[in-house]
Design a protein around this ligand. Structure first.
Ligand code: HEM
Length: 412
């Protein structure tokens, strides 16, 4: 998409996403922030406005002049012919994340019921048991990869328990989720990546169609059953609307929490004084998880479309333009946080933007924080001398997510 602009849009003058950025995006965010409040970059989805300041990111996430509906060109620009990715678009575009009012609040209300604190609390014994099981397995060798052993399998086990999925197709779920993450996480997805994402999303849709049919016959006390009850009550439409929410929950609950667990533990172990302090004072855990989320946000940016022409920092943003609020940059904005590049588990400066803000704020935030607290608590108690086996682990190559490919650790 091309923008009609006066004056010319500021750019960094060099590519943004390169190997150094993927290893550590924060110097680039700082350079962008210092060069100006708004930038135009052709690197993202054919052209997008980038925002780095905390105040601007929060504004875009909360202001209805910025629409969440943004899947059209994103998907269709990759199609060989107009119908090729229609199945993908049919489901993808209906996910809560990509809807505006009035559909968004209607569906959000239905899903909120499944994330109430009493519902989440009921999952605690199950989550505790899964963590114990995964750590027991990891304990059999002195060295292990925390991502493979814990961070990857745990979130999918939790989200399936929440949804009432009895037959765990863990490998299928992860493969489907990975294909979607590749499409969503790549600034310029290829046709092949879009096709794979479509195949996987449609497979998720078929899986959930069967699950929901079963829940209609034999409802339980779970999120999938709640959804079919809401469908019967006319609060949510059956078909694509319902399936899109299920697929999105499975994906959202899996991809992001994994990164919080991996990057969070890495950050603590790379700052041994913080790790030891947390061990001595486990009451600091909720604040520590909040700080780990700020320090390395698992979701580094999201997107919005300009719904009506507007001027921001002297630039004309045209209706339809894509805006990327850079959450990872906002979380390190010195205008909002003192010593923003320092990890400080006692920091008391409020929440970061890692779960977003405004109407689309993450529905799974409380669940995720609880999961992370439970994992860190067990890991600290079991392995007080846990240490990094690799001082410079590899970060994944999708700039929208900040997470580790592997986290080799030694506990013995
Ligand atoms: C560390 C873990 C997580 C992070 C960092 C995270 C981050 C986010 C962010 C930034 C948004 C807002 C995006 C935007 O405004 O464009 C969001 C929305 C959402 N998240 Fe999460 N999330 C996490 C875990 C989860 C989990 C565990 C679930 C579900 C089980 C979940 C489900 C959702 C859903 C459904 C939305 C869309 C809400 C709406 O549009 O109203 N997330 N998340």
């Amino acid at each position: 998409m091309s923008a009609v602009l006066t004056p010319p849009p500021p750019t960094l003058g060099r590519p943004i996403v390169d190997a150094a950025f993927l290893a550590n995006p924060y110097p680039t965010y700082q350079a962008l922030r210092e060069a100006g409040p708004i930038h135009w970059s052709e690197e993202f989805f054919g052209g997008a406005w980038l925002l780095t300041r905390h105040a601007d990111v929060e504004l875009v996430l909360r202001d209805p002049r910025f629409s969440a509906q943004r899947t059209g060109a994103w998907v269709n620009d990759q199609a060989a012919d107009p119908g090729e990715l229609a199945g993908f678009q049919r489901l993808f575009a209906r996910a809560l994340l990509f809807l505006d009012a009035p559909d968004h609040p209607r569906i959000r209300k239905v899903l909120n019921a499944g994330f109430r604190s009493d519902v989440i609390q009921r999952l605690v014994p199950h989550i505790e048991q899964v963590i114990t099981e995964l750590l027991d397995q990891a304990a059999s060798e002195p060295g292990f990869d925390f991502i493979e052993a814990v961070a990857r399998p745990l979130p999918v086990r939790v989200i399936t328990a929440l949804m009432g999925i009895e037959r765990l197709l863990q490998d299928d779920f992860m493969a489907w989720s990975d294909d979607l993450a590749t499409f969503i996480g790549t600034p310029r997805p290829t046709r092949e990546q879009a096709r794979r994402a479509q195949t996987s999303l449609l497979a998720m849709g078929r899986y959930f169609e069967a699950l929901l049919a079963h829940k209609r016959q034999a409802p339980g006390d779970d999120l999938a059953s709640r959804l079919v009850q809401a469908e019967a009550a006319g609060e949510i439409q059956g078909g694509a609307e319902l399936l899109a929410q299920c697929a999105m929950l499975l994906f959202a609950g899996h991809e992001t929490t994994r990164h919080l667990l991996g990057s969070g533990l890495h950050a603590l172990l790379a700052h041994p004084e913080q790790w030891q302090r947390l061990r001595r004072e486990p009451g600091l855990l909720p604040g520590a998880v909040r700080e780990l989320l700020r320090y390395d946000s698992p979701v580094q940016y999201t997107g919005r479309r300009v719904a009506t022409d507007l001027v921001l920092h002297g630039q004309l943003l045209r209706r339809g333009n894509l805006v990327l609020p850079l959450i990872g940059a906002a979380n390190r904005d010195p205008a909002r946080y003192s010593r923003p590049d320092t990890l400080d588990i006692t920091r008391n400066e409020g929440s970061s933007l890692s779960f977003g803000s405004g109407p689309h704020v993450c529905i799974g935030a409380a669940l995720t924080r609880m999961e992370a607290e439970m994992v860190l608590s067990q890991v600290m108690r079991r392995w007080p001398d846990l240490s990094l086996l690799d001082a410079t682990p590899r970060w994944i190559d999708k700039p929208v997510y900040r997470g580790l490919v592997a986290l080799p650790l030694r506990h013995g």
